[in-house]
Design a protein around this ligand. Structure first.
Ligand code: PMP
Length: 355
């Protein structure tokens, strides 16, 4: 058995994988594979409808918001958000909390002016900046709720005079949120929601239609809303597996229940790191992520032997991102506490034998 700590595409629930495998052969006993039916068939329309309903139910999405399943990953949303929301004579505000936030703001510069309201670049993004003012004259304020590479997470969302646009790629559905606090939420599915190939977008309808540039249909949120995420052929399989994962989440008690599990899982791991003389957590304690736990070794020479021991014990995907080094344990929704306990045991054993 493998303990999958990979950062993404990440672990999915075993039962979801089994159901997905069955549907590839025969969807619900209809004698056809999910992969060979029309996206306009009643069977697939039911899948998409259920996926949208589950998003609305799990997040209590209020009236006035649309839920979309699009393609192109979160990186496409880096461009589509400003394309649809930033007037060419206007400006957008960004909180720079890592490489992904930086990529997002670079795309916005194609469309208008960008103001970086605060950054933690000088410390290699080990914390979330807190003292800043959101400019009331900007079109929107862009934030990244969880910084996958650095293991930092916004514990509270800003009260903002302008619409908040949030990249939730690496913590979507891991905790409760109040959708009404946001103008636009987007997330690549491949961490907490499903496989790669589909991107969830939740958009407040009344923030659209305020730019005067022409937007080609595939890049136009309004056109995608009117097409019901089917302006063109949607990524049927990725949507199906996402729907199964959301069903699984609902069965576990929803977002509030998984949030409690995630808090416990993260606490167990951070406590073990803090108590271990060989390891040190990277992120500022108040900004520690419950999804990506980044830690380094006081003695870097021990990194390779530690990784080897992890590999022998079936712990995979734990090597840190090259821009931080050390280790990163991604502990997404589907990762059981038992896998974290295995990692903690291995860390303790390694410390014991390297005294
Ligand atoms: N934002 C965040 C926070 C991410 O972690 C990632 C990918 N790991 C991305 C954006 C980019 O996502 P995609 O590969 O779906 O474009």
């Amino acid at each position: 058995m493998k303990h999958n700590f990979g950062a993404g595409p990440g672990i999915l629930p075993q039962e979801v994988l089994k159901q997905a495998a069955e549907a590839v052969i025969d969807l619900n006993g209809i004698g056809l594979s999910l992969l060979e039916i029309s996206h306009r068939s009643k069977e697939f329309e039911a899948v998409l409808d259920e996926a949208v309903s589950l998003v609305k139910e799990l997040f209590s999405v209020p009236e006035g918001y649309s839920v979309l399943f699009l393609q192109g990953g979160a990186s496409t949303q880096f461009a589509l958000a400003p394309y649809n929301l930033l007037p060419s004579t206007g400006k957008a505000a960004y909180l720079e909390t890592g490489v992904w936030a930086n990529k997002a703001l670079k795309e916005a510069k194609y469309f208008g002016e960008v103001e970086i309201v605060a950054t933690s670049k000088e410390s290699n993004f080990t914390y979330i900046p807190k003292d800043y003012t959101i400019p009331a004259d900007a079109a929107y304020f862009h934030i990244t709720s969880n910084n996958t590479i650095y293991g930092t997470q916004l514990q509270e969302f800003p009260k903002s005079p302008i619409p908040v646009v949030c990249d939730m790629s690496s913590d979507i559905f891991s905790r409760k949120i109040n959708v009404a606090d946001f103008g636009l939420i987007y997330a690549g599915a491949q961490k907490n929601m499903g496989p790669a190939g589909v991107t969830l977008v939740i958009v407040k309808d009344d923030i659209l239609g305020k730019v005067d540039r022409k937007i080609p249909s595939m890049f136009n949120y309004q056109a995608q809303i009117e097409g019901g995420s089917m302006y063109n052929t949607p990524p049927c399989f990725a949507i199906y597996v996402s729907m199964l994962t959301l069903r699984w989440l609902k069965g576990k008690g929803g977002v509030a229940a998984i949030e409690q599990e995630n808090i416990t899982k993260a606490r167990v791991l951070y406590d073990a790191i803090d108590a271990n003389p060989l390891f040190k957590a990277v992120a500022a304690p108040e900004d520690r992520s419950n999804m990506n736990v980044c830690f380094v070794m006081e003695n870097p020479e021990l990194e390779k032997p530690f990784l080897k021991l992890c590999d022998e014990r079936g712990i995979i995907g734990i090597k840190g991102h090259r821009s931080v080094g050390g280790f990163r344990a991604s502990i997404y929704n589907a990762l059981p506490l038992s896998s974290i306990l295995v990692l903690v045991d291995v860390m303790n054993e390694f410390a014991e034998s390297n005294k």
